[in-house]
Design a protein around this ligand. Sequence first.
Ligand code: SAH
Length: 264
Amino acid sequence: MAPAMHVAMTRAWLIGAGPGDVELMTLKATRALAQADVVLVDDLVNPDVLQFARADARIVHVGKRGGHPSTPQEGIVAQLLEHVRAGRSVARLKGGDPFVFGRGGEEQQALHAAGIEVEVINGITAGIAAPAAIGIPVTHRDHAQGVVFVTGHGAGSAEPAWAALVATRMTLVIYMGMRRLGDIVDALLAAGMSAETPCAAIESATRPGQRHVLARLGEFAGSVSRAGLGSPAIVVIGGVASLALARDAAYADAATLPANGDVA
Ligand code: SAH
């Protein structure tokens, strides 16, 4: 083992803030956040979670959205290193889980390369929370024996092997898939996935502005575009999405019940 190069008493955390709802953050995450001198916050993090940070903590927004200029990934890593080397504890706060499409792995590598330990604190990933928010379990014995988390962002050589994924017959949970949704649907249909496959898109899950669209694969891209659904959204494709259809139908029926729900 190499001799200890760690900066004494200084800590770095990679923290998952969960999908949005503050109550979906872990106790461990809130406790770490309460100790940090500096908090580097990603754009998808609900600002409400900063209530757990110290009143005197330095809060730095490093995200792309919300009018903030994008901070290149190297710049974020440089800031992380700078603060830790200056003896400050740093919480790197990311939406969902830090190790699911969050570049947390890259940041951990950079910290390790600099001889700095980092503690990873999981968060509830949007790919599970968003479907759950509308009653979709990502696995279900009757529908899917597994689930694939995949990015829809890639194009060209970074394009996921859609045909291979269709062959798995597993639930597909697509992150960052909205911009290329039409292409993704076309690729799935071309790979032989049934046009009747239930699909869901959930925007801003677990936040006040949460919205969703349910449709069959054949009409899915059109329905999403007509509804004007945009990022951030999770797309779910597979039989499990039918559970949300059933739920919406039940809610529609419930709306016709007496207001007090007092059914004889
Ligand atoms: N680390 C995050 C994912 C970051 S990638 C996690 O584990 O959840 C960013 C993508 O996550 C978005 O494009 C969107 O697909 C998804 N996402 C994050 N928060 C979301 C939310 N509240 N509702 C719907 N999708 C969300």
